[in-house]
Write a protein that binds this ligand. Sequence first.
Ligand code: RUB
Length: 311
Amino acid sequence: MTTLTETAEKIKNMEIRGAGRIARAAANAMKEEAMSIETADLEEFNKRMREAYTTLLNTRPTAVSLPNALKAVMRYRADSVEEARQAIIANADAFIAASENAVKRIGEIGARRIKDGDTILTHCNSSAAFHIFEAAFKQGKDINVVATETRPRQQGYITVDFLHKAGIPATLILDSAVRYYMKKVDLVIVGADAITVNGSLINKVGTSQVALAANEARVSFICAAETYKFSPKTLFGEMVEIEERDPSEVLSPELQKKWPNLKVSNPAFDITPHKYIDMIITEIGAIPPEMAYWVIKDKLGWELEEAAGGI
Ligand code: RUB
């Protein structure tokens, strides 16, 4: 059994990465924590769960799937430790199952947008986007997926590895080759770390440049996002925090020493305005970005933002 601190560390150092995987790993860590707490005192149990919640929440700031998953797990009311424990286990299992079903459904819906012979460009590594490629390929469509390398952490290698294992033809390109390559592309499909109330997309840095190049070339830009990637706090005017990662991911410590006055900036995500997004494919259907408000308010519910249950 992995301890909660180990899971938190793995999320921080990106051994566990990608918004969906982060959410499922956090839900599972909360479940294991609930199973391992030895006390008969409900207050003590709730306090320990709140601490676990905070530890996981503070790992990475951008993917809204993380707070949404944690809040879904912590939505319980209980009169005893056993009741609380069982509720947390049930909530975590339900979240993980719903999350796995969501990507499958996104695959089915998204595959309808892909035609035989299409070349699809993707950025970073998104399991939601990959489910679409896989579903289309399994339907017998002849597709080619163009994957960007995705500096500095090369998540594009993970994408081409997925594609290779699934037998899907793939082409790896440099991030800087996106505009040059766009003329050969029929469709762009990327994942999401967060969708704001106005339908803008927060995803791996470089996504907004891909969207601009797609817009210029009149190529459709599609985002694949489970509904728990929509950000309730943006309904209340809050901004999504863009994670700034360590400069050593961009420039080696030796070179940083060589140029001591150089500032290295390493934002991990960027914001793609909704006007560049043709459609968001969720498990409840393909929607225009303008419908983000409805997803947050009616599907996720206002209460997601409120302290619920044991929090
Ligand atoms: C990952 C990333 C992915 C989204 C969606 O960034 O930007 O596109 O998280 O992924 P990082 P998924 O590698 O920094 O975590 O569809 O798998 O949830």
